[in-house]
Structures are given as C-alpha cells and as structure tokens.
Write a protein that binds this ligand. Structure first.
Ligand code: DQA
Length: 137
C-alpha cells in the first residue's frame, strides 16, 4: 500500500513554530517514528510552501497511490486550486489538521479541502496523521 503525507506552508517549521499549538517535535522526527510503526506501508512525505507545487504533487500521486494524507495548512482556507485538484484526482484524500481549526479564528473555519475529502481529522495533534494512516488500513 502506497501512501503519501503532503504538508503545506509553514509546516516545515514544526517543532519551532508556535509550539503551544503545534507541539515541539519536528515533522522529520515524527515521520521516522511513523515509518517504524507502519512498516507494511510504503510511506512517503512531501512538504512545500508553494501552492502550485502542492497541486503538481497531487496530480503526480493522484492516480497511482492508494491514499493521500493532506494538511494544506493555510491554503486550506484560501485555495480553490487545491480543492479542484482533489476533485480531479482518483486517490482518496484524508484531510488532517494538527489543531482544531473549528476552535480557532473564524477565517480558519472554512476549508476548501473538506468537501472533497474522504475523511477529516482535526485537533488530535500529530496523532491525527497516525489516525489517518489507520483509516487507510
Ligand atoms: C493547520 C491549521 C491552519 O489553519 C494553519 O494555517 C496551519 C496549520 C493545522 O495543522 O492545525 O498552518 O493546518
């Protein structure tokens, strides 16, 4: 089973960025733990701060992977393009947010991803990525 985690802007700063919200672990560290835990999954990881690169990656994996775990970060709330990309591909997408976006500012409460996702997981910290992997199994 081939699954990719795609992270959007500023998530490369995990561990340093607003740790009270997003925790103090880097994603690279966490990803090593995930690979250890899910040895039977062919797991890959892509992060970009650039909207078009996220769309290109969705196109690239969206017809030959078994699952996509997407945290589009701030683009969640602004990107019609990423929403359309998910509509256009075949691979199921689970949307993950580390924080509970519904308990935060109003502008975070709209997602262009959710209507096109197969499932959504908000507010479980990094554990959300693990729960998303479980959902694919
Ligand atoms: C986030 C929530 C977004 O609103 C924010 O812009 C992020 C991180 C999360 O994982 O909680 O960058 O996607």
């Amino acid at each position: 089973m081939k699954i990719i985690i795609i992270n959007g802007p500023n998530l490369n700063l995990l561990g340093k960025r607003e740790p009270e919200l997003y925790g103090s672990q880097t994603f690279e560290d966490f990803f090593e733990d995930l690979k250890e835990k899910f040895k039977n999954i062919e797991l890959s990881y892509f992060q970009s701060n650039i909207e078009g690169e996220l769309i290109d990656k969705l196109h690239e994996v969206g017809f030959n992977y078994d699952g996509i775990i997407l945290n589009a970060a701030a683009y969640t709330h602004t990107s019609v393009g990423i929403g359309d990309a998910i509509k256009g591909i075949q691979t199921p997408v689970v949307e993950v947010h580390i924080s509970n976006i519904h308990a935060r500012e109003e502008f975070r409460q709209h997602s262009y991803i959710s209507p096109n996702a197969n499932g959504v997981l908000f507010g479980f910290g990094l554990k959300g990525y693990e729960l998303a992997l479980d959902s694919f199994l």
